[in-house]
Ligand binder design. Structure first.
Ligand code: ADP
Length: 447
C-alpha cells in the first residue's frame, strides 16, 4: 500500500479522496493555487503545496509543478480526481516514468477512450452496441452530406476529443449540416486543439444510462450496475439516480454482463464508466470515462462499496475486493449537484458564503469542500457540493430528498437548490419518466 498520496485536484473531490486515504492510513498531500489557500482540502490535508496562481493551466493543470510537489513531499502515488488531468494520458505516462503511481487506468486505455472515434471502434470490437453514425472521422462536406442522408436527419456532429458537452452540434435538416460541421469543428479546435468530428444519429427521446466498472488490469472485471443521468442541461448532468427507473432486472443484468465482459477482454484497470443512451429498450454506447465520476456516490450508497478505496487498492496492486455475485442493489439513491449559480439564469455566483447549514439525518450525505465564511473563487467550475440521499425505495428516497433540500441553507451566494425543490414537485420526476431533453424543455417552458 502507498505511504503518501498527492491529490491533484481541489474542492469536494479532493476532500472525498482524502477521506478514503485517511481510512486506509495513508498520508495526504494537497496541492492548491493561490486562490485556494483557504480551501478545506488544504486545511484537512497532512501536507500542502502551493503550485501556482489561480488559472488552472498555471496550477492544477501544470504537470512540472505537480511533479515538483510530488518530489518535495515524497508522494508515491497521485490521485487525479475528475476533470483537470484525470484523463490526460501524458500525465499518467510521466508519473510512471518517475516511479510514481497514477491512481487510474493505463495511459494506453486513457488514450484510446479519450478519442471518441477510437473509443467507438474499440466498443464495436468488444461487442458493445454503439449509436449509429459515421465510420470514423468526417473528412469533407460531401461525406457529411452523404452519411447524414443515409442515416436520416436529425444528426449530431460530435468532436472526437469532445468533453463537457462541448463541440457538439445538432443538424435537424440537410440545410443545417454545413453550418453544424463548421461550428463543431471551430469549437473543438478552440477547446481541444483537435478539429476532428464525426456524425451520430440524434436520438430524440433517450435516457442517459451509464455502467460503473472496475478492473484489476489482469483480466478480472466487474460492473456495479447503472446510474441514470438523464436530467441534463446543455448535455451536462444535473441530477443522477441509481438504480434507473427505466430498467428492469433482465435489461440491467444483460447490459452489465456485456460491459463487464468487454472490460475483461480489454484488461481494464481501475474505475471506469461506460456511457450509453437508452431508447426503446436498446442501449447505444456513446463514450467511456476512464476515471472516477462526479456522480459515483449514488453507486456507493446502493452497493455499500467505497469506490475511491477500491481505486487506491487496485492501483497498489491488490485484486478486486468483491466478486460480481457479491454485488447487491440496496434501495435507491439520488444525487443533486449543488452549483453556485443562479437557479434561473445559471449565471455563476462566486463570493462569500455567509451562512452554511447542510441537512442531516438518516440516509443523507453531503459531499462538499465549502464552509461558512468561505469565499468561492471565480476561477473554477461552479460545483460546490453534492447532496446524496438514500432510501429503501425510490419513493422513500424522494421524500427524504424533499426534506433534505428544505433544510439546506446556503446564504451569501445563489445556488441551484431552489431548482431541485421545484423539480421534485413535477409528476414526471416523481414517476421517473424523463429523458435527456426533459429538463431543457421544462426550463424553456418556464421562461
Ligand atoms: P461529453 O463527453 O461532451 O459529455 P457525450 O458523448 O458523453 O459528450 O454526450 C453528452 C450528452 O450529450 C449525452 O448524455 C446526451 O445527453 C447527449 N448526446 C450525446 N450523443 C447523443 C446522440 N447521439 N443523440 C442525442 N443526444 C446525444
Amino acid at each position: 500500500m502507498f505511504d503518501k498520496v498527492l491529490i491533484a485536484n481541489r474542492g469536494e473531490i479532493a476532500l472525498r479522496i482524502q477521506r478514503a486515504c485517511k481510512e486506509l492510513g495513508i498520508a495526504t498531500v494537497a496541492v492548491h493555487s493561490t486562490a485556494d489557500a483557504d480551501a478545506m482540502h488544504v486545511r484537512l490535508a497532512d501536507e500542502s503545496v502551493c503550485i501556482g496562481p489561480p488559472p488552472a493551466n498555471e496550477s492544477y493543470l501544470n504537470v512540472p509543478r505537480l511533479l515538483a510537489a510530488c518530489e518535495i513531499t515524497g508522494a508515491d502515488a497521485v490521485h487525479p480526481g475528475y476533470g483537470f488531468l484525470s484523463e490526460n494520458a501524458r500525465f499518467a505516462e510521466i508519473l510512471e516514468q518517475h516511479h510514481i503511481t497514477f491512481i487510474g487506468p493505463t495511459s494506453d486505455h486513457i488514450k484510446i477512450m479519450g478519442d471518441k472515434i477510437q473509443a467507438k471502434e474499440t466498443a464495436i470490437k468488444l461487442g458493445i452496441p454503439v449509436v449509429p453514425g459515421s465510420d470514423g472521422e468526417i473528412k469533407s462536406e460531401a461525406e457529411a452530406a452523404r452519411v447524414a442522408k443515409e442515416m436520416g436527419f436529425p444528426v449530431l456532429v460530435k468532436a472526437a476529443s469532445g468533453g463537457g458537452g462541448r463541440g457538439m452540434k445538432l443538424a435537424k435538416t440537410a440545410a443545417d449540416l454545413k453550418n453544424a460541421v463548421a461550428t463543431a469543428k471551430a469549437e473543438a479546435k478552440a477547446a481541444f486543439g483537435d478539429d476532428a468530428v464525426y456524425l451520430e444519429k440524434y436520438l430524440t427521446k433517450p435516457r442517459h444510462i451509464e455502467i460503473q466498472v472496475f478492473g484489476d488490469g489482469r483480466g478480472n472485471a466487474i460492473h456495479l450496475n447503472e446510474r441514470d443521468c438523464s436530467l441534463q442541461r446543455r448535455h451536462q448532468k444535473v441530477f443522477e439516480e441509481a438504480p434507473s427507473p427505466a430498467l428492469n432486472a433482465a435489461a440491467r443484468a444483460k447490459i452489465g454482463k456485456t460491459v463487464a465482459e468487454a472490460m475483461q477482454k480489454l484488461k481494464y484497470r481501475g474505475a471506469g464508466t461506460v456511457e450509453f443512451l437508452y431508447e426503446d429498450g436498446e442501449f447505444y454506447f456513446i463514450e467511456m470515462n476512464t476515471r472516477l465520476q462526479v456522480e459515483h456516490p449514488v453507486t456507493e450508497m446502493i452497493t455499500g462499496i467505497d469506490l475511491v478505496i477500491e481505486q487506491i487498492r487496485i492501483a497498489s496492486g491488490a485484486p478486486l475486493s468483491v466478486r460480481q455475485e457479491d454485488i447487491e442493489i440496496n434501495g435507491h439513491a439520488i444525487e443533486c449537484r449543488i452549483n453556485a449559480e443562479n437557479p434561473r439564469t445559471f449565471a455563476p455566483s462566486p463570493g462569500r458564503i455567509t451562512y452554511w447549514h447542510p441537512p442531516g439525518g438518516l440516509g443523507v450525505r453531503v459531499d462538499s469542500g465549502v464552509y461558512q465564511g468561505y469565499r468561492i473563487p471565480p476561477n473554477y467550475d461552479s460545483l460546490i457540493g453534492k447532496l446524496i440521499v438514500h432510501g429503501k425505495t425510490r419513493t422513500e428516497c424522494m421524500m427524504r430528498l424533499r426534506r433534505a433540500l428544505s433544510e439546506f441553507v446556503i446564504d451569501g451566494i445563489d445556488t441551484t437548490i431552489p431548482l431541485f425543490s421545484e423539480l421534485l414537485q413535477e409528476p414526471d420526476i416523481a414517476n421517473g419518466q424523463y429523458d435527456i431533453h426533459w429538463l431543457e424543455k421544462f426550463l424553456d417552458a418556464e421562461q
